[in-house]
Design a protein around this ligand. Structure first.
Ligand SMILES: *Cc1c(COP(=O)(O)O)cnc(C)c1O
Length: 394
């Protein structure tokens, strides 16, 4: 066969870096701070709820395509509880769609909303599925790069650059705040400006807010709550991130009825439905008291500080995350400039695995000296990682 098997749309996307780095972690026995999955499961009562559903025969056969009514009601109640004061609420029957993780929500949204050739603006560095899903939908990605600001130790969005990236072919903004991998949380002013731009240029927005409950300073502001955004925004959440059950792959979309109907059209032919018993369990999880959400946030904040201080002590320049469970570092103070080479050698040198940020860029050189560590791990694991990394400073 002369023709390559993998089609041109996907040819540029090899195996994800996470597979390579996780295999390296296993082979070397290094502590894996690469892939962002928690090393402790979520609340025991939520696991028990899944067991009960499974035993009681709830969800063992095809659940409804849009999600079980109990979970859609719980998602709507969650939106009302956390964002009702911002004027956001949603109808569980027409404005909520349960998906196979945020990953399917992103894929279905792009497959549903894009025509081939439509331009999609995404904030670079970006989550690895964005580029592949834009490509599968036949869209053209247009990166707008978040720039490191060493003086403040944060990343910043250049609103002029975003404005200039919009053309007559731009159909959609694909946003992510809190932002993986940089930990950036877009400010109220930035979100307001993005909303103005979207309205002015009549753009759709898909906003990945899977880290909505991991904003360390201040509160999460959904983009959909800004003027004019309700009818043009698809908002994505994930139980994997909020309840530390990443293997259950339950996510959701909330949006106006026309948008939900469009996304559902694509979703029904991807998986149709998934995770029956887990849907019942997560309906209960979303209703957990405020103490759960506060405890989760406080735990991750303490872990952010533990790892951040340790990385600083080891000689990294640390970009303090305002949200998510990732921290981006600059390796140049350690005398390195190539994050790829650094991450390949780190397991042998220090017994720790991290991810080179370059993989999250179209403009790889922009991310070259940056490396991402995940801190959604047990305190003793982070402490051990910090102890191992100390050797780098010597
Ligand atoms: C983890 C993650 C996802 C995927 O979420 P799932 O619910 O596991 O599919 C999507 N977007 C971002 C930014 C993530 O970090």
């Amino acid at each position: 066969m002369d023709r390559p098997l993998l089609n041109r749309r996907l040819a540029e996307f090899g195996t994800t870096i996470f597979a390579e780095m996780s295999a390296l972690a296993v082979r070397t026995g290094a502590i894996n701070l690469g892939q962002g999955f928690p090393d402790t499961d979520g609340p025991e009562e939520v696991r028990e709820a899944a067991v009960r559903a499974l035993r009681d025969g709830r969800g063992n056969q095809y659940p409804p395509g849009p999600g079980i009514p109990e979970l859609r009601a719980a998602i709507a109640a969650h939106q009302e509880r956390f964002y009702g004061h911002l004027g956001l609420s949603c109808d569980p029957d027409t404005e909520v769609l349960v998906t196979t993780g945020a990953t399917e929500a992103i894929a279905a949204s792009l497959l549903a909303l894009l025509e081939p050739g439509d331009e999609v603006i995404a904030l670079e560095p970006y989550y690895d599925s964005y580029a592949a899903c834009i490509a599968m939908a036949g869209g053209r990605r247009v990166p707008v790069t978040l720039r490191p600001r060493p003086e403040s130790g944060t990343y910043a969005l250049d609103l002029d650059e975003l404005r200039d990236a919009v053309t007559d072919r731009t159909r959609l903004l694909l946003l992510n705040s809190p932002h993986n991998p940089t930990g950036t949380v877009l400010t109220r002013d930035e979100l307001a400006e993005i909303a103005r731009l979207a309205c002015e240029r009549d753009l759709l927005v898909v906003t990945d807010e899977v880290y909505e409950h991991l904003v360390f300073e201040g509160a999460h502001l959904p983009l959909a709550s800004f003027p004019g955004m309700r009818e043009r925004t698809v908002t994505i959440g994930s139980a994997g991130k909020t309840f530390s059950f990443t293997g259950w792959k339950i996510g959701w979309v909330t949006a106006a009825p026309e948008l939900v109907a469009a996304v559902r059209s694509a979703k029904q032919f991807l998986t149709f439905t998934s995770g029956g018993p887990f849907q019942y369990a997560l309906a209960e999880a979303l209703a957990l008291p405020d103490s759960y959400y506060a405890g989760f946030l406080n735990d991750l904040r303490a872990k952010r500080d533990l790892l951040g201080d340790g990385l600083r002590a080891a000689g990294f320049e640390v970009y303090q995350p305002q949200g998510t469970y990732f921290v981006t570092t600059d390796i140049r103070p350690l005398g390195h400039t190539d994050g790829h080479a650094f991450c390949r050698a780190l397991p042998e040198r220090a017994g720790v695995v991290a991810i080179p940020n370059a993989v999250f860029y179209d403009h790889q050189e922009q991310g070259a000296p940056f490396v991402r560590f995940a801190f959604c791990k047990k305190t003793e694991v982070l402490q051990e990682a910090v102890d191992r990394l100390k050797g780098l400073a010597a």
